[in-house]
Design a protein around this ligand. Structure first.
Ligand code: ZN
Length: 354
C-alpha cells in the first residue's frame, strides 16, 4: 500500500520515503581484526550502495538527499568531548603514525581510571572504543556526519506526516554510545532519529532493534530515559558480540527489553520473540517507532549465525507494520553483499503492503 498525502493542495500518492547520501563512501576501512587475523572490513561502502541500488531498481520509494544538519543532529545524542575526538582523531593519528587506519591497542581493566581522558591519540582511541573491528579512517568523520544527517532527515519526514521512511545510513550506529564507538559504529543513528522525533513533539518513542547483534549503544544512550522504550532481539551475548550487554535481565525499570536468541534461530523460531517485542511496544504506547534494521540475520551472512531466508523479510516488515506507528527504519548491519539489497527491500516492501 502506498500512502496518500497532500502536496501543494493536490492529493499525491507516494511510496516510502528513502534518504541517502553518497558521502557514506568516505568511510572505507582497510582491515579489521577478526579470528586472529586482519581481514578486509566487512563493513564497507558497497553495503549501502547495494541497498540503494536495489531499492532504485525496484522503485520501492522516492530517494532524497538529507536536509538536516549533521553536526546539530550529532549533538543531540553524543558528548562534546567524544565528538571532538571523532573529528580530530584521523589527522592526529596520521601525523603520528602515517596513513594507516587507526585502531586501538589496549583497553582498561576493572579498577583502572576512566575519569581521566589520555592526551595521546593512542590512549584516546582506547578510551573511546570497545573493540578492534572499527577503524578510524580519513573519511570516518565525514561519513559519520552524513549518517547523522540521513537519519535525522528520515525522521523529519516521518515527523512531518509520512507514514514511514528509510534511512540508508552508513556506517551503522546501534553499537555506539554517547561517548564510545565499536562494532563498526561511530555515531548512533537510531538514537539521533529518536531525538529528532522528540524535538518534533513525540512524547514517547520506541526503538525496535532487529539486527543480529545486541544494540548495546542504543540501550546505553536511553538507559535512564523513561520516555524511550528500547527493545532488541539478537543472538545471545554469551555466545556473540558484543558479549557484555544484551542479557534478558537488563530491563531499565521496564523501559528496556532484551530478547536473546540461540544460534540457528530462523524466522519461525524468531516470531514469538518478535511478538513479545511488539507487545512490549504496544504496552508502552509510543507516538513513534524507530527500527534498527540490520539484516545480518540472513542465513548467508558471513559473520552471523541466524537462518533467515530472503523470502522471510517481507514477513518481518508486515509484523512491524502491525504496530500501526509512524516508523523510521535506520540501516544497521548486514554483511552478505549478494542479498543485503533484497533483504532490506523485502522488509520495507512488506511494511508498505499492510
Ligand atoms: Zn549486526
Amino acid at each position: 500500500m502506498v500512502t496518500a498525502r497532500l502536496r501543494g493542495g493536490t492529493a499525491e500518492m507516494t511510496a516510502l520515503d528513502i534518504v541517502f547520501s553518497s558521502a557514506h563512501g568516505a568511510q572505507h576501512g582497510e582491515a579489521e581484526l577478526t579470528d586472529g587475523i586482519f581481514t578486509p572490513c566487512y563493513e564497507q561502502p558497497s553495503r549501502a550502495d547495494r541497498v540503494i541500488g536495489e531499492l532504485r531498481r525496484r522503485g520501492t520509494g522516492g530517494v532524497t538527499k538529507p536536509h538536516e544538519d549533521g553536526i546539530r543532529s550529532l549533538e543531540t545524542v553524543h558528548e562534546q568531548g567524544y565528538l571532538e575526538f571523532l573529528e580530530t582523531a584521523w589527522p592526529r593519528w596520521k601525523a603520528k603514525h602515517g596513513d594507516r587506519d587507526a585502531l586501538p591497542l589496549n583497553w582498561r581493566a576493572p579498577g583502572m581510571r576512566r575519569d581521566i581522558v589520555p592526551r595521546s591519540i593512542d590512549g584516546q582511541l582506547s578510551h573511546y572504543s570497545f573493540d578492534a573491528g572499527t577503524p578510524i579512517t580519513a573519511g570516518t568523520w565525514e561519513a559519520a556526519l552524513a549518517a547523522a544527517a540521513v537519519a535525522a532527515s528520515a525522521q523529519a519526514l516521518v515527523s512531518a506526516g509520512s507514514r514511514a521512511a528509510l534511512a540508508v545510513s552508513r556506517p551503522p550506529g546501534h553499537h555506539a554510545g554517547r561517548d564510545f564507538y565499536g562494532g563498526y559504529c561511530y555515531v548512533n543513528t537510531a538514537a539521533i532519529a529518536v531525538e529528532r522525533a522528540r524535538e518534533a513533539g513525540a512524547r514517547k518513542v520506541a526503538v525496535l532493534d532487529v539486527d543480529y547483534h545486541h544494540g548495546n549503544g542504543t540501550q546505553a544512550v536511553f538507559w535512564q530515559e523513561p520516555a524511550v522504550f528500547t527493545c532488541s532481539l539478537h543472538a545471545d551475548p554469551r555466545d556473540t558480540f558484543p558479549f557484555f550487554s544484551g542479557h534478558a535481565d537488563e530491563t531499565a525499570d521496564g523501559t528496556n527489553l532484551n530478547i536473546p536468541l540461540p544460534h540457528g534461530t530462523d524466522w519461525q523460531s524468531y516470531r514469538p520473540g518478535l511478538e513479545r517485542a511488539l507487545s512490549g511496544i504496544a504496552g508502552f504506547a509510543p507516538d513513534a517507532l524507530v527500527v534498527s534494521l540490520g539484516v545480518d540475520t540472513w542465513e548467508g551472512d558471513p559473520i552471523s549465525h541466524f537462518r533467515f531466508r530472503t523470502s522471510d523479510y517481507p514477513g518481518l516488515g508486515r509484523a512491524i507494520a502491525s504496530a500501526r506507528l509512524p516508523t523510521t527504519f535506520v540501516l544497521e548491519g548486514g554483511y552478505g553483499l549478494e542479498a543485503i539489497g533484497a533483504n532490506v527491500a523485502g522488509v520495507v516492501e512488506g511494511f508498505e503492503s499492510v
